[in-house]
Design a protein around this ligand. Structure first.
Ligand code: PEP
Length: 256
């Protein structure tokens, strides 16, 4: 059985005080050593240390929202995977559509980052997803195939134990326009069959595939109830405990 993951991508939001308050608010829900769902928070870089300190003793894990693929050196403004480890991260989000679109990240750059994160001992949440015009032109599967092939080039079946895929249709991110349960399930089933072809049946059966794109308490149960949806990557709703906690509970209920 795949243990669901509910991950919160805070993007460029919060301040020291609100970041601390957000984690304190989540701790009650996730503090008991729950075995039903994994909870990950991904604050902005300046608050990662604070987050890692505050989650100590709870089962909340911490992730970065991005990382660079070199260990150190003249890379102004960048953060290495080792630095993320050093401040207490277990995870890193790579290939988020905002980084692909705003920062022009290519599949090959994302692939280099994936290799570095895995060799550093970070779990990778690899984001893939199509634009609205690509969906409308019936190119969703081709886009997903290209992003998976590029992002996971050279990654071994063994390393896939530390990779989670996040299917995030770009048209659903931050728009309030959520994919239907059926659209999400179809894309997830496609991704799982791609994993079987590229790796093997065991990898396909074990890899968690999260849905991301306007997940809210009122749509979480339907999405998370789909057989190939193993959790959620949540943006806006992860910034409010009263929204994020019911999504965590929906994740737990999806395997109950
Ligand atoms: C995201 O940032 O990964 C995301 C899914 O955002 P939202 O939930 O706000 O659509």
């Amino acid at each position: 059985m795949r243990r669901p993951i509910i991950a919160g991508n805070w993007k460029m939001n919060t301040c020291r005080e609100s970041a601390a308050a957000l984690i304190d608010g989540l701790k009650g829900e996730a503090a008991e050593s729950r075995s039903d769902v994994e909870v990950i928070v991904c604050p902005p870089f300046p608050y990662l240390s604070l987050a890692a300190e505050k989650v100590a003793g709870s089962c909340i894990q911490v992730g970065g929202q991005n990382a660079w693929h070199e260990d150190a050196g003249a890379f102004t403004g960048e953060t290495s995977c080792q630095m993320l480890k050093d401040v207490g991260c277990q995870w890193v989000i790579l290939g988020h559509s905002e980084r692909r679109q705003i920062n022009g990240e290519s599949d090959s750059l994302i692939n280099q980052k994936t290799h570095k994160a895995l060799s550093t001992g970070l779990g990778v949440i690899l984001c893939v997803g199509e634009l609205l015009e690509q969906r409308e032109a019936d190119q969703t599967e081709a886009v997903l195939e290209e992003q998976m092939t590029g992002g996971l080039a050279g990654v071994t079946a063994e390393s896939m134990a530390n990779v989670v895929i996040a299917y995030e249709p770009v048209w659903a991110i931050g728009t309030g326009k959520v994919a239907t349960d059926e659209q999400a399930e179809a894309a997830h089933a496609f991704l799982r069959s791609w994993l079987e072809k590229r790796f093997n049946l065991d990898v396909a059966a074990a890899t968690r595939i999260l849905y991301g794109g306007s997940v809210k308490p009122d749509n979480a149960a339907g999405l998370l109830g789909q057989p190939n949806v193993d959790g959620a990557l949540v943006g806006g709703a992860s910034l409010k405990t009263e929204l994020f906690i019911p999504i965590i509970q929906a994740g737990a209920a999806s395997v109950a």
